[in-house]
Design a protein around this ligand. Structure first.
Ligand SMILES: [Fe+2]
Length: 240
């Protein structure tokens, strides 16, 4: 009798435990929907020592993923945000319902910015060549002046934001900074490159030394990918 009672007790306890665990498992699952975060095209430690591996785990997997999860939640009631190209939605935020306009601005901006950001980095560094190098000389005063001006613009962002180089259909370049997760895509422009100056991008290794991070970042720019983006911008096929 005792053993039967015990068996029942064990079974009942296991059942209660399973029930208690289940809602947590369900909650831990990311919402599914039209928005997805691509895996990094390199290992998380590939950008060491300039960007530390821990940052390259947390930054995509938690910060970027949170934007994607929020977008998929918005898309449940507002599927239209997942049915058009991202630049088109961002360029027409005013057409969105009040209830999601700010949320889409922050989270779709964040998704677009980070998707671009992972893509234009990689191990190895190097220097621009070909058409991109020529455009930097023509429009931004040469590589050294460009880096100085870009880093200065990134340093002037108060709080969180981004510094970008925009590119138009003729291939003309310009430096532009934005607060929060705003992007030049919201003005109908295209982005060639951008650097994330939110503290989450550099705080573990650089703490408050944003200028050191900005300077070190040039060591991990994938100029081959930048050249591809430049060609795509001129062809009108550059997405985010
Ligand atoms: Fe970020």
């Amino acid at each position: 009798m005792l053993s039967v009672t015990r068996r029942h007790l064990v079974a009942a306890t296991a059942s209660i435990a399973a029930t208690a665990v289940l809602p947590r498992l369900v909650l831990a699952q990311a919402p599914t929907g039209p928005f997805k975060r691509d895996p990094l095209p390199y290992a998380a430690n590939a950008l060491e020592p300039h960007i530390d591996a821990k940052t390259m785990e947390i930054h995509p997997e938690r910060h970027h993923q949170a934007y994607v999860n929020n977008l998929n939640n918005f898309a449940k009631d507002h599927p239209q945000i997942g049915q058009k190209p991202i630049p088109e939605v961002l360029a027409k935020l005013s057409e969105l319902p009040d209830a999601i306009r700010t949320g889409v601005r922050n989270n779709l901006g964040g998704h677009a910015n980070h998707t671009m950001f992972w893509q234009i980095m990689g191990p190895g560094g190097g220097a621009p060549s070909g058409e991109v190098a020529a455009a930097i000389t023509r429009d931004l005063g040469g590589l050294d002046k460009f880096k100085t001006d870009f880093d200065a613009a990134g340093g002037r962002v108060f709080g969180s934001g981004w510094v970008f180089v925009t590119v138009d259909r003729s291939g003309k370049l310009a430096i532009e900074s934005k607060p929060n997760q705003d992007t030049p895509l919201m003005d109908g422009k295209r982005v060639l490159i951008g650097n994330d100056v939110w503290e989450h991008a550099y705080y573990l290794k650089y703490q408050n030394r944003r200028a050191d991070y900005l300077k070190a970042w040039w060591n991990v720019v994938n100029w081959n990918k930048v050249a591809e983006r430049y060609a795509a911008a001129k062809a009108g096929t550059l997405a985010v």
